[in-house]
Design a protein around this ligand. Structure first.
Ligand code: AMP
Ligand code: ZN
Ligand code: ZN
Length: 445
């Protein structure tokens, strides 16, 4: 596999090389990728079967709560909903309602306990290592990631894909990567991201990605800093809505068979009260092999039981469970990476094991947060909009689990999900079948 990083010098060299070699045919590849620093993996052309398929742009608006489009009058998203499908009462995120677990759930159709990215940061008691979203060494290491993300599924079936950011997209998973992707850099302006997506769709048919992911973080960021009811969130919603408009307008000009799906990973709630600090109930940090935030990795069964007993029934602000007894809807009883015992807050409360050592300056506390059980905190619900050649006009769907996005996208792209080496997925197309036009329903796989 060959990785090409398109920095300026290389791009000039590639251009000259391609000019000399191909007399023009491939040059648009290099030019089309000029917008941002794209990494290219040479997987060859789309297969003849892949070329017959439509195109899907899967957009994620981080932290875009299910009611934001209406609440903040996001005109383009509302128009997208009117011209296609939406879930007015929200899409249900997986627990914990955090960024990495949920993006990777959207990409794999698996609950976090099954795909293994159980939190943004967690400990693996078998590997004796910590995974963290802020550590590029773990983010780019495919051995942490289970399942077969949509871009891997597509690449394995001869279809080219591109990721303008998505948790997991920088790692080689099941021996595959997207044909085009970028190293995560939140400073790349949103508009450049849209321009890049449109440039990818202008590539020659053989090289043109059929699945493209696109990601925007600022609504989440403003939600944390200022809370879901702030003018800052309103402005961020308006800003990403403008980019959705630009994306749609650009796509329209291309006259390609495209479906645009806009989702979010979770919602946002106004934080209530002060931190819950667990060591006031159980001060024995020595009982744990590791503590990552509020995730507790007990040294032994006896230590886990002691911690559980000490925390149990102590506050109406949280429940504590032994991992094996986690309530079924939370889908979190299988993976040792989640720790044991597990603390689940009953409302939008921040929880930690211990207070950090005092630094003299006041502690920065988030105004908005997520991660909570979506059943107990409905503000965790995420957004869903879809419109395009395969989507019926003006349809609404009842709340559904976000694991169902995977079979939807696979269906739209004509990908076969019946022989996954990684085992069956948790998602099910049925809750979304009604949004499909007949053509897509009929083109079964
Ligand atoms: P959360 O703490 O769950 O709100 O996580 C959101 C954070 O994840 C944001 O600060 C993003 O910048 C970061 N993030 C999103 N996507 C990626 C990615 N692909 N690689 C690294 N960090 C990311
Ligand atoms: Zn997020
Ligand atoms: Zn967040």
């Amino acid at each position: 596999m060959r990785v090409m990083k398109s920095n300026l010098l290389q791009r000039v060299a590639i251009l000259v090389f391609l000019l000399a070699l191909s007399g023009g045919g491939l040059i648009s590849v290099a030019l089309a990728q000029d917008v941002t620093p794209v990494l290219t993996i040479e997987h060859g052309a789309n297969s003849p079967e892949a070329r017959k398929q439509h195109y899907v742009i899967l957009v994620s608006l981080d932290g875009f709560r299910y009611d934001y489009a209406k609440k903040y009058d996001a005109k383009n998203l509302q128009a997208l909903a009117a011209s296609g499908a939406t879930a007015p009462d929200g899409m249900i995120p997986a627990y914990p309602s955090l960024t990495f677990p949920n993006h990777y759930t959207l990409a794999t159709g698996l609950y976090p306990e099954h795909h293994g990215i159980v939190a943004n940061s967690f400990y693996d008691p078998e590997r004796k290592q910590i995974y963290s979203l802020s550590n590029p060494a773990t983010v780019t290491d495919g051995s942490w990631y289970g399942g077969a993300p949509l871009w891997v599924l597509a690449e394995q079936q001869g279809m080219r894909t591109a990721c303008f950011f998505w948790p997991g997209s920088e790692a080689e998973i099941q021996g595959a990567r997207p044909s085009y992707y970028l190293k995560y850099d939140e400073k790349i302006p949103n508009h450049d991201r849209v321009e890049q997506v449109l440039a990818w769709l202008r590539l020659p048919e053989e090289r043109r990605p059929h699945l493209i992911t696109l990601y925007f973080s600022e609504v989440d960021h403003q939600g944390h800093e200022h809370g879901p009811d702030s003018d800052e969130v309103r402005a961020a919603v308006q800003a990403v809505d403008k980019e959705i408009g630009a994306l749609e307008a650009g796509v329209k000009k291309l006259a390609l068979p495209v479906d645009i799906i806009v989702v979010s990973d979770h919602g946002m709630a106004a934080v209530q009260g002060d931190y819950i600090t667990l060591d006031q109930y159980f001060p024995d940090a020595g009982a744990f092999e590791k503590i990552v935030g509020s995730q507790l990795y007990a040294k032994s069964e006896a230590d886990a039981q002691r911690a559980y007993a000490a925390l149990h029934g102590k506050s109406d602000k949280f429940e504590v469970y032994r991992r094996s007894q986690m309530p079924t809807p939370l889908h979190d009883d299988r993976n040792p990476r989640s720790g044991d015992p597990i603390v689940v807050t009953t409302g939008p409360y921040l929880v930690r094991f211990s207070a950090p050592p005092s630094s003299g300056t006041p502690e920065h506390k988030q105004v908005g947060a997520h991660g909570f059980d979506p059943e107990r905190v409905p503000d965790m619900k995420a957004s869903f909009f879809a419109a395009g050649v395969d989507i019926r006009v003006g349809v609404t769907v009842a709340p559904f689990d976000n694991v169902d996005i995977y079979p939807l996208v696979a269906k739209l792209l004509g990908l076969d999900t019946s022989h996954l080496k990684t085992g069956p997925i948790d998602g099910d197309l049925r809750p979304l079948q009604g949004i499909l036009r007949n053509r897509a329903v009929a083109a079964g796989n």
